[in-house]
Design a protein around this ligand. Structure first.
Ligand SMILES: [Zn+2]
Length: 215
């Protein structure tokens, strides 16, 4: 039993959480919340020029280390195969596992990809988590938010801004630590900064991350 407020954060790939909400995770950790990072994919098809088993190891190590760095108390990799994510999510055993995770941690809030995310793996994760939630009782006590990774979402739900002025540097540092994904993470750096400034403008602070409250 964890004697703290638990926040479960779900991502399809190992860097989704850092890019989408890394500074918020760091902030929640500083506030004393128990944040758990949960990755669906094991990252085996994430680089066209590295061998699969090397990638799995590197990405697991990275995910653990970087997860800890931004403030996740635990990082779980569910080990699904890239490209077959949707298929493997449909597995009955996997559905049970997800349900049990939520029951075990008893989170007060959950963060997950949006069902309007253009990436099919991200949408699969959204569906899986909401299906699991439907089976968890009493689900009404859990706040559920979605976050953006690559794209601005066309969400109609209430926007929530988290002031991350003091922890944004941790997110940038964390993003730089993804060695296996270096090139593309660097390409993302500029839009991530621009988005934080833009969200900060809306929230009335310097830098912010944006979420949508689904329930
Ligand atoms: Zn992703």
């Amino acid at each position: 039993m964890i004697n703290k407020e638990v926040v479960l954060t779900f991502g399809a790939h190992s860097d989704d959480l850092e890019i989408g909400m890394g500074a918020t995770i760091a902030k929640y950790n500083q506030q004393g919340k128990y944040v758990v990072g949960i990755m669906f994919s094991r990252g085996d098809k994430s680089s066209p020029w590295l061998k699969e088993d090397y990638l799995i190891n590197v990405r697991k190590e990275e995910a653990d280390k970087i997860g800890k760095f931004i403030g996740c108390k635990e990082t779980l990799i569910l080990g699904l195969s890239d490209g077959k994510l949707q298929e493997e999510i449909e597995n009955k055993k996997f559905k049970g596992l997800l349900r049990n995770l939520i029951k075990k941690y008893k989170p007060t809030s959950i963060y997950v990809h949006s069902k309007r995310d253009p990436h099919p793996d991200h949408r699969s994760v959204n569906r899986a988590v909401f299906e699991a939630l439907d089976d968890v009782d009493p689900k009404k006590d859990i706040n559920v938010y979605v976050y953006e990774v690559w794209n601005v979402l066309n969400e109609t739900r209430p926007r929530i801004y988290v002031d991350v002025t003091d922890t944004f540097h941790i997110k940038l540092e964390a993003m730089k630590k993804f060695k296996s994904q270096k090139l593309y993470v660097y390409l993302l750096m500029v839009p991530v900064i621009v988005r934080a400034i833009f969200s900060g403008f809306h929230a009335g602070c310097k830098l912010a991350e944006r979420f949508y409250k689904i329930r």
